[in-house]
Write a protein that binds this ligand. Structure first.
Ligand code: SAH
Length: 215
């Protein structure tokens, strides 16, 4: 690593810590996965290490690093876990989760984003991620139940099929609320009977949209 890269890396981790990402395993995973790999060739490549969301292909966004960190630590992934992500986007969040989990399934409604993310996963040797083009609002019933589910697009309420595909004791983290206003990040824990909900922080995500994207 060059001095510049090391300095940038230190600053990146310092910002995450100072904004509430304190879980050691999350920080280590975010240290190992280079956000630059997921915005390469795009318009905002030079802003890869800034704590802001950036536009990627298909009019979508790669989330702000702090939000990725907060969601990852709230998910509390364990090494044997099977994780489902709705909203592959650039693949950055899935890559981080793949270092913490046994297996990650990630779904996006844009085939093009899925194809691009797969290429990056292959290049980085992240072999425990399966990226699928599809409408994630229905989850992935043939692989259910999941230990953890993360949704990186906002719905008004937690989608029923995703609640149903969560294992008892499992955790789901997702933004809820209308797409053009501030949404709330919530954590849902599945109990023996019913679900427990807690609210984490305000966030802003692109909307969860039903059906496949055009590209
Ligand atoms: N996690 C991503 C950021 C996601 S942006 C990252 O790390 O870069 C939100 C993504 O959700 C977009 O790519 C959008 O296409 C996708 N999305 C929206 N509605 C969806 C749906 N119903 N099923 C699957 N993906 C969806």
């Amino acid at each position: 690593m060059t001095d510049d890269a090391a300095e940038r890396q230190m600053q990146f981790l310092f910002t995450l810590r100072s904004r509430g990402v304190t879980d050691q395993r999350t920080l280590e995973a975010m240290e190992r996965i280079d956000r630059g790999d997921f915005v390469r060739g795009g318009l905002f490549e030079d802003r890869a290490y800034d704590d802001v969301p950036l536009t990627i292909s298909c009019g979508q966004t790669i989330s702000q690093p702090t939000v990725v960190g907060i969601m990852t630590q709230a998910l509390n992934v364990q090494p044997r876990d099977k994780v489902l992500e709705i909203g592959t986007g650039s693949g950055y969040q899935a890559a981080i989760l793949s270092l913490l989990a046994r297996r990650v399934y990630t779904i996006d409604r844009y085939r093009r984003l899925v194809a691009q993310a797969r290429e990056i996963f292959d290049r980085l040797g992240l072999t425990n991620i399966t990226a699928i083009a599809g409408d994630g609002s229905f989850g992935l019933s043939d692989q259910a139940p999941f230990d953890r589910i993360i949704v990186t697009a906002a719905a008004e309420d937690p989608p029923g099929p995703l609640l149903a595909q969560l294992r008892i004791g499992g955790i789901m983290v997702l933004p809820v609320g209308q797409s053009d206003t501030v949404q709330r990040l919530i954590r849902v824990t599945r109990l023996e009977r019913g679900y427990d909900y807690d609210e984490l922080c305000p966030v802003r995500f692109v909307p969860l949209i039903e059906g496949m994207g055009k590209e």
